[in-house]
Design a protein around this ligand. Structure first.
Ligand code: XMP
Length: 512
C-alpha cells in the first residue's frame, strides 16, 4: 500500500486541484467527504490529512466540520483556507470576519520557515480567496507567515505536526505553492514518491470490477480522447461486458467513422456497435439555421438513436462516460476570478437522466493531461491522445446556416486539406484547435476562362491553454497560401478562402 494522503473535501472548487498536485508529486491521494468516519480514515492509514478550502464560514450554522477525533490520530494535518480556519477554531483559536476580504493576489511575508515553508524565499506572491480571518492562535501554535491583512497567513503546531495556510498553494498563481505542498508531503508526512499512472490504472481497474460485478456496461464512443481512454480502461477491467456504441450522425469529418473503427480494432478490442444515422439527423436538421436549435436537435436525436440501440442489447445496468473532473478546466484561473475555471460540460446533456442507468465515470477525478497520460499507460496512440477537441454537434456547427449534404461535403474536403497541411508543416500540435468553417455566402471567381459563383471557406486556427480564452494563430504566409490554393483547386464548390483573425473573447472559437 503506497503512502496515502487523505484530502477531506469541504466543498472548495479547488479540492481536485489539491489532489492533482499530490498526484503530480507521485503520491497517492484520496478525496473523501469532510465528515468521513474516523474508522474509514483509519482503514486507509494515511500518512497525512489535508483539510480543503470551502465556501462556508466557520460561524455559519451547520458549517461543515470534520469529526473532531481527527486531531487525536497523531497524523500530520494541513488546513488550507477554510481548512485552516476550521482547524484553528476547533482547537481553540478565534476566527473573525475580516475587515477587508482578501481576494486575488497577495504578498506573503515568511516569519519562520518551520518544516512547511522550508527552502522558500522570504516573500512570495500568493493567491487568496477568503472573507474570514484567524485573529488569535490556538494553544501550541505559532505564526509562520503573514499577509497585509492577516497576521496568521500560515501557522504551525510543530509538536503535533498541524499546519495551516490561509491562501491556496494549489493554484498556479501561488508562487512556490507546489513547494509548500511538497514540503507537507515529503518533509512533514515523510511520504515516498512511489505512485504513478500505472498504479492509477491498477486501482481504477479494481474499482470498476468491484462496482460492475457481472453486469453490462455501455459507452458512447466518439473517438475523442476522453471516451477512448474511458473505453480502454473499462475494457481492461471487464472485457466484453462493455459494449461501445458509435453513432455516425452524418456530421463527422472525412473518413472519421473508418478511423474510429480502426482505432477500436487496434487498441480496444471489444464490442463496438456502429450506428449509421446520418440520414435521420440530416432530415431532422433540414432547413434549420439557428445554431442553438441545431444543437438541441442534434443532442435530442443522439439520445433517441443511442437509447434505441441500447434497448436492443437487453438488460444493461451502467452507462459509462468519459467525464473528466467535471467542471474544472486544466488551466490557471484568470486573475481576480477563480470562477472562470468553471465551464459547463457540453457533452453530458441529458443522456443519463433519460436512460435511468447508473453512471460509471472512471475519469471524473482526472484532468485532461492526466487522461492523456493514462491513455499512454493503456497503450493508446498519440494520434488519438493528441487530437484537437471536436465539438459534440460536429460539423453541424461548422456549416453556417442550413445543413445539406453538399455543404457538408465541401466542408469535409476543405477541412481535411487544412489538417493535412498543418500536420505536414508541423503546426498541428502547436495549435489548440484548427478547422474549416463553411460560410453560406457565395462569391464570384474565375477559373480558367469561366466565371464561378461558389461558397467561401474560412480557416480557423487558435492557440489556447483551456478554450476559455484563445488567440488566432499567426500561421506562416506560405502555409496559408498553400492551403488556400489546394482548397480552391481541389474542392468543388469552394472558390474563396479567408482566414479568421478574431480572438476569444470577444469572438468564440467555433462560429456557431
Ligand atoms: P467556443 O466556441 O465556445 O468553444 O469558444 C470552446 C470549446 O468548446 C468546444 N465546443 C463544444 N463542444 N459541444 C461540445 O462538445 C458543443 O456544443 C460545443 N461548442 C463548442 C469548442 O470546439 C472549443 O473547444
Amino acid at each position: 500500500m503506497p503512502h496515502t494522503i487523505v484530502v477531506l473535501d469541504f466543498g472548495s472548487q479547488y479540492t481536485q486541484v489539491i489532489a492533482r498536485r499530490i498526484r503530480e508529486a507521485n503520491v497517492y491521494s484520496k478525496v473523501l467527504p469532510f465528515n468521513t468516519a474516523i474508522s474509514e480514515i483509519n482503514k486507509i492509514n494515511p500518512a497525512g490529512i489535508i483539510l480543503s478550502g470551502g465556501p462556508a464560514s466557520v460561524h455559519t450554522k451547520g458549517a461543515p466540520k470534520p469529526k473532531k477525533e481527527i486531531f487525536n490520530l497523531g497524523i500530520p494535518i494541513l488546513g488550507i483556507c477554510y481548512g485552516l480556519q476550521l482547524m484553528a477554531s476547533m482547537l481553540g483559536g478565534e476566527v473573525k470576519k475580516s475587515q477587508l476580504r482578501e481576494y486575488g493576489r497577495g504578498k506573503l511575508t515568511i516569519l519562520k520557515k518551520g518544516l512547511l515553508l522550508k527552502n522558500l524565499p522570504k516573500q512570495l506572491t500568493v493567491w487568496n480567496s477568503h472573507g474570514d480571518c484567524l485573529v488569535s492562535l490556538p494553544k501550541g501554535f505559532q505564526a509562520l507567515a503573514k499577509t497585509e491583512n492577516s497576521s496568521y497567513a500560515s501557522i504551525e503546531n510543530s509538536d503535533k505536526k498541524f499546519y495551516g495556510i490561509q491562501f491556496h498553494p494549489e493554484v498556479e498563481h501561488s508562487e512556490k505553492g507546489v513547494e509548500i505542498i511538497r514540503n507537507f508531503l515529503f518533509t512533514v508526512c515523510k511520504c515516498k514518491a512511489d505512485w504513478g499512472m500505472d498504479d492509477f490504472t491498477i486501482s481504477a481497474v479494481n474499482e470498476i470490477k468491484q462496482k460492475v460485478g457481472g453486469k453490462k456496461v455501455i459507452l458512447g464512443l466518439s473517438g475523442g480522447v476522453d471516451s477512448s481512454v474511458a473505453a480502454a480502461l473499462i475494457h481492461r477491467a471487464i472485457g466484453n461486458q462493455l459494449t461501445c456504441i458509435f453513432v455516425d450522425n452524418g456530421l463527422l469529418r472525412l473518413n472519421e467513422r473508418e478511423q474510429v473503427k480502426e482505432l477500436f480494432k487496434q487498441h480496444i478490442p471489444g464490442k463496438l456497435k456502429v450506428v449509421l444515422a446520418g440520414n435521420l439527423f440530416l432530415s431532422k436538421l433540414k432547413g434549420v439555421t439557428d445554431p442553438e436549435k441545431k444543437r438541441k436537435i442534434i443532442g435530442k436525436t443522439f439520445i433517441e438513436v443511442f437509447d434505441a440501440e441500447v434497448r436492443k442489447l437487453g438488460k444493461v445496468d451502467y452507462l459509462a462516460q468519459g467525464t473528466l473532473y467535471p467542471d474544472v478546466i486544466e488551466s490557471v484561473p484568470i486573475e481576480g476570478n477563480p470562477a472562470s475555471l468553471i465551464k459547463s460540460h457540453h457533452n453530458v446533456g441529458g443522456l443519463p437522466k433519460k436512460m435511468k442507468l447508473a453512471l460509471l465515470e472512471p475519469l471524473r477525478e482526472l484532468f485532461k493531461d492526466e487522461v492523456r497520460n493514462l491513455g499512454r499507460s493503456l497503450g493508446l496512440s498519440e494520434y488519438v491522445l493528441m487530437r484537437h477537441p471536436f465539438p459534440g454537434p460536429g460539423l453541424g456547427v461548422r456549416v453556417i446556416g442550413a445543413l445539406t449534404s453538399k455543404n457538408l461535403r465541401v466542408l469535409r474536403e476543405a477541412d481535411s486539406i487544412f489538417i493535412d497541411e498543418l500536420n505536414s508543416s508541423g503546426w498541428y500540435h502547436k495549435l489548440w484547435q484548427a478547422f474549416c468553417v463553411f460560410l453560406p455566402v457565395k462569391s464570384v471567381g474565375v477559373m480558367g476562362d469561366e466565371r464561378t459563383y461558389e461558397n467561401v471557406i474560412s480557416l480557423r486556427a487558435v492557440t489556447s491553454s483551456d478554450a476559455m480564452t484563445a488567440d488566432w494563430a499567426q500561421l506562416p504566409d506560405k502555409l496559408l497560401r498553400k492551403v488556400s490554393n489546394r482548397i480552391i483547386n481541389e474542392v468543388k464548390g469552394a472558390n474563396r478562402v479567408v482566414y479568421d483573425i478574431s480572438s476569444k473573447p470577444p469572438s468564440t472559437i467555433e462560429w456557431e
